[in-house]
Design a protein around this ligand. Structure first.
Ligand code: BGC
Length: 449
């Protein structure tokens, strides 16, 4: 067996987010988030599941850190629930909520696990939604204040910060498709939200620099590698538009200080101008320390005049393998994406802040044999390895997810974890993939046949 050896300082981690695992939705002074409201609205979530209890991580974090230790994680990426810190999104700080994260960080550090904090993984305080949420520019200043509270409290201990997780999902699934909280279907508003999220990212980075903190700050984008189904002009144009829609709409502002031209024109013709103020693009494109990438699948695109979205149609090849989310398994796409980012956008360090797969895991006699997840991870690690060999500065990798959890609109029906969670008893069981990952981390290499 050949071993592919990773760089000595390569970071092996795993990721979660607050609403998906914490539960304790109304405890210790926490305010309501838009996801509390959304999941409590009948018909929004598969099986009407909610995050009220989720994995009960709020009460079981010590046990969960023990499991991270057992796997051997170098680092753990989690997010902070804004309404736990500021129940109304602004104003009074809820000390108990803050203490939870201070304790979590201390315990992680004691366990030798580097904490990486995402400031916003979708659980906006409902009080701010009532004032328009991210469509209202005022939310930006409250976000900066919230970030400042955390920088003051945790800035000396936490060395890696992520402003936003997947602003594409927040804007387009939350405000255009309505599949996510706050469940709005208004594409013009979604474009304003995307812009406001980006400005808030810029202002938080600026604040971080002003405070002279020693750590690093970046943003996590959901990115995919886009391919044209054929060589025809029509298909290639559709693929190009998809590239602008899914990747460019956030990558271009962050690294080039402008929106992708073609799609920007289409949107403007259709919806008119959104509110972009003087200086916004400079704020958005100021220097960051790293880029976080969430990669799950590719997009294979052809042109279909009947498609409701500018002729863009996504093809799902029959011969491919799919996860339980019906996402095509396409590890080469990660290699293509990493090299493209490095060539066209940035030579800053890149982190895979999420990659992983949902499968219909079964627990049998206390064991979860998830060979398909092991294969998925191994193939994606190989792509990361190849990119590193080619000189792309990929510095770390975080499996999504540490444990099975609340998969947004899918509720608990999709299991992404390295750890199996029995939601009736809250018993955690390491899946075979967790033991496999343990060995990868220990040897800092993957074995290939
Ligand atoms: C999100 C996670 C989510 C995962 C799988 C990403 O879009 O950041 O919260 O669970 O993908 O869908």
């Amino acid at each position: 067996m050949t071993k592919l050896q990773f760089p000595l300082d390569f970071v092996w981690g795993s990721a979660t987010s607050s609403y998906q695992i914490e539960g304790a939705y109304d405890e210790d002074g926490k305010g309501e988030s838009i996801w509390d409201i959304f999941s409590h609205t009948l018909g929004k979530i598969n099986n009407n599941d909610t995050g009220d209890v989720a994995c009960d991580h709020y009460h079981r974090y010590k046990e969960d850190i023990e499991l991270m230790k057992e796997i051997g994680l170098d680092s753990y990426r989690f997010s902070i629930s804004w309404p736990r810190i500021l129940p109304n999104g602004k104003g009074e700080i809820n000390q108990k909520g803050l203490n939870f994260y201070k304790e979590l960080v201390d315990q992680l550090l004691e366990a030798g696990i580097e904490p990486v904090i995402t400031l916003y993984h979708w659980d906006l305080p409902q009080a701010l939604q009532e004032e328009g949420g991210w469509a209202n520019r005022d939310t930006i200043k409250y976000f900066v204040k919230y970030a400042e509270v955390l920088f003051d409290e945790l800035g000396a201990k936490v060395s890696q910060w992520i402003t936003h997780n997947e602003p594409w999902v927040v804007s387009f699934l939350g405000y255009a498709e309505g599949e996510h909280a706050p469940g709005i279907k208004d594409r013009k508003q979604a474009l304003q939200v995307a812009h406001n999220l980006l400005v808030s990212h810029g202002l938080v980075v600026k604040k971080f620099r002003e405070l002279d903190l020693t750590g690093d700050i970046g943003i996590t984008l959901n990115l995919t590698s886009v391919y044209s189904y054929s060589e025809t002009d029509k298909d290639q144009e559709a693929a190009q538009l998809m590239e602008e829609y899914i990747n460019g709409w956030f990558l271009d502002p962050v690294f080039k200080g402008s929106y992708p031209k073609k799609l920007a024109q289409i949107y403007e013709n259709q919806f008119g101008k959104i509110d972009i103020q003087a200086g916004d693009m400079d704020l958005i494109s100021q220097e960051i320390d790293f880029l976080g990438i969430n990669y799950y699948s590719r997009a294979l695109i052809n042109y279909n005049p009947n498609s409701k979205f500018y002729g863009i149609e996504s093809i799902k090849p029959a011969e491919s393998d799919y996860t339980a989310m019906n996402w095509e398994i396409y590890p080469d796409g990660l290699y293509d994406l990493l090299t493209k980012l490095n060539q066209e956008y940035t030579n800053k360090p890149l982190y895979i802040t999420e990659n992983g797969a949902a499968f219909d895991d079964q627990i049998i006699a206390g064991q979860v044999n998830d060979q398909r997840r092991i294969n998925y991870l191994k193939e994606h690690f190989k792509s990361v390895y190849r990119a590193i060999q080619d000189g792309v500065p990929v510095r770390g990798y975080y499996v999504w997810s540490l444990m099975d959890n609340f998969e947004w609109a899918y509720g608990y029906s999709k299991r992404f974890g390295l750890i199996y969670v029995d939601y009736n008893t809250q018993k955690r069981t390491l899946k075979d993939s967790a033991y496999w990952y343990q060995q990868v981390i220990e040897e800092n290499s993957i074995g290939i046949d």
